[in-house]
Design a binder for this molecule. Sequence first.
Ligand code: PHE
Length: 496
Amino acid sequence: MTSSNADFFGHPMGLRTLFLTEMWERMSYYGMRALLVLYMTGAVSAANAGLGMSQLEAQAIYGIYVGMVYFLAVPGGWLADNLLGHQRAVLYGAVVIALGHLTLAVPIESSLFLGLGLVAIGTGLLKSNISTIVGKLYADDDPRRDAGFTIFYMSINIGSMVGFGICGYLGEKVGWHWGFGAAGVGMTLGVLQYVRSRHLLGDAGLKPNVMPEERRSRLNRWAMLVGLLTAVVVLLFGSGVIEVKASVFAENFAYFLTTIAGLYFLYLYAFAGLSAAERKNVLLLFLLFIAAAAFWSGFDQSGGSLNLFARDYTDLNFMGFDMPVSWVQFFNPIYVVLFAPLFAAFWAFLGRRNLDPSLPLKFALGLVFMGLSFLVMLLAVGVALESAPIGLQWLLITYLLQTFGELALSPIGLSAFSRYSPKRYVGQMFGLWFLASAIGGVLAGLLGGEATDGGLQSMSPIFSYMIQYYVGIAVLLVILAYFFRQKPDERRSEGE
Ligand code: PHE
């Protein structure tokens, strides 16, 4: 695939196909997500009528949703590897996501769970598999691979900017369902684009793993059975036949995800027949996993508690124009685009002096930035208690610090998981990386709900608690980083 004449910024043309698909997918994902909690907690009597849910329940639903989106990347990856091939998984995923957003666009209350469920299933099929295809565009020794992933990360942020801008404006200023519809239109454009330019991917991710036909049809039957059972369960919950409180469900979902992850790490460590060196790597990844889950539990507050803080306690009037609440989230992707090159240059600078921090140290740094961001929020809450609304600068600084954390932790996370995983388990370890996001998402919903449940008063204790666990885990990482110091392998990867 690297031989075609035309290229995309010096990269295989297929990268453009994936860039645009991911851009539209993230446009729809973040655009809708920014509106979700605002819609659910909006007053029923408002001109733009919301669902009038409590902030606690709404954020629990938000957490379950974000958790499902990333949890489903695990079976999504498996399906692509074994049955569908990554290219087809992305196609099906994109179509299902578009259908999900278009369902949400139907202005009735009952469209909510069906729409969210479809988006979660579709994203499970798309999100991790599209990154896998990016990797497959390059030969193993192609030096452009990392740059390719950097360009791809830009598509994520350009997409979310467009999403916040368009869906946020339409949803808040015209009507919630117009915003959701815009996300559906965006994803549909992504589908059309993908279908038209999919041939540029060549055979990257085209075929699933080779296996005897008989085994494939057996797996197929199992997959259909599990899929069917899941659909029934989702329908029973979604339609209200089985009634559960979202916050109770979210809590159990968090336990469920943590247990799966814990058992899987335990299996790898103790029962998978790994060598001592491989087991040490598994331990390293386990640490990074905990750090990542903690990090995302703060990061995903953007769609939950920080979104509500922007709505209820922040002055969003800008030269006479009342800015949509969701536009505040615009700043994360802007900061990413602005500061990603600086961060990369900084690591390279340190690398040249042999001072490049180890992986655990970078993750610790990410957590420290996350802690600082909530320290700023603590101050902001203090100011708001005196007199609300407060200025926008508080949230802008909060998001800046969170973005610094993201840049220290997120871009290297995936590559760390691909590099240090025992070879036979790489695909599944990618799944684990997304499982960390899933746990983070559910926790974000639970913590955010508790934070805003009692107005400003309840925020300080929760935010303080979060700061404590970010710092606690960061300190643990720094101490343990010492034990992973002499790893020649790691030095090499860090220099890239
Ligand atoms: N902004 C990133 C994205 O949407 C955040 C993220 C990183 C999500 C890693 C999941 C996993 O892709």
